[in-house]
Design a protein. Structure first.
Length: 228
């Protein structure tokens, strides 16, 4: 298993590196988050030993278990899934990043829990860039207003945005959504220069995402294999 994960990581890193160069970006400035949901500790350890420090989890309970298991390792945990209000305390305790802020109620409660835990959390606002009703995220036209609110919180550090272009869209649709996301992010950075992170791109489209300005990619299956 370890050899397989190392081989996969080498290929992903190489592809990301080449995509960054193609886009005129510094490859060192593109952060790879290994999506480890439903993956065991042995798989995570294999990726960690190969130099991966950032891991993404979708479920708060699973995040807390893995965070405790690896408490002696310098792992940076990213919570990347939909947020349930009754799980915010776990996220505040165990995650260093959250990619899916999209409601004022969540922001308020997250800040309160981080305050009580004496922690700060780096946060990305999730944008529903495709306008699909089944997806979480705020409307693009609400971004600056919502960012203003997030930026007032004492224990939440506004770091940028996260988008999920439509999975079943054709190449042109995906490209248009990524270009739109990049323009939105530029607008955000013009007002909040510290919100410099654009989390966009997964296993199926991370190279295209990088060429469209993404500097955080979230890759799972290409590293760990398909989930059972």
């Amino acid at each position: 298993m370890q050899k397989e994960i190392e081989k996969n990581l080498k290929l992903v890193k190489e592809s990301a590196h080449n995509a960054a160069l193609k886009a005129g970006l510094n490859p060192d400035n593109v952060l790879l988050v290994a999506v480890s949901k439903k993956k065991d500790e042995e798989s995570i350890k294999a990726a960690f030993d190969f130099g991966i420090k950032d891991f993404g989890e979708n479920y708060a309970q699973e995040l807390s278990v893995k965070s405790d298991f690896f408490k002696d390792e310098e792992i940076v945990w990213h919570f990347i899934g939909p947020i349930q209000t009754n799980k915010i305390k776990l996220i505040a305790k165990h995650a260093s990043w959250i990619h899916s802020l999209d409601r004022s109620k969540v922001v308020e409660k997250l800040n309160k829990e981080c305050l009580q835990a004496e922690r700060h959390i780096n946060a990305l606002i999730q944008i529903n860039i495709s306008g699909e009703e089944t997806k979480s995220g705020i409307s693009p036209d609400k971004l600056l207003e919502f960012a203003e609110y997030v930026n007032t919180q004492t224990n939440i550090n506004l770091k940028g945005i996260m988008v999920l272009p439509r999975i079943n869209g054709n190449t042109k649709e995906k490209e248009e959504e990524m270009i739109k996301a990049k323009k939105l992010h530029t607008t955000l950075v013009n007002k909040f220069p510290h919100a410099s992170h654009l989390s966009m791109g997964t296993t199926s489209d991370f190279e295209r995402a990088i060429t469209n300005g993404s500097n955080i990619i979230r890759v799972g299956e290409l590293i760990f294999g398909k989930r059972t």
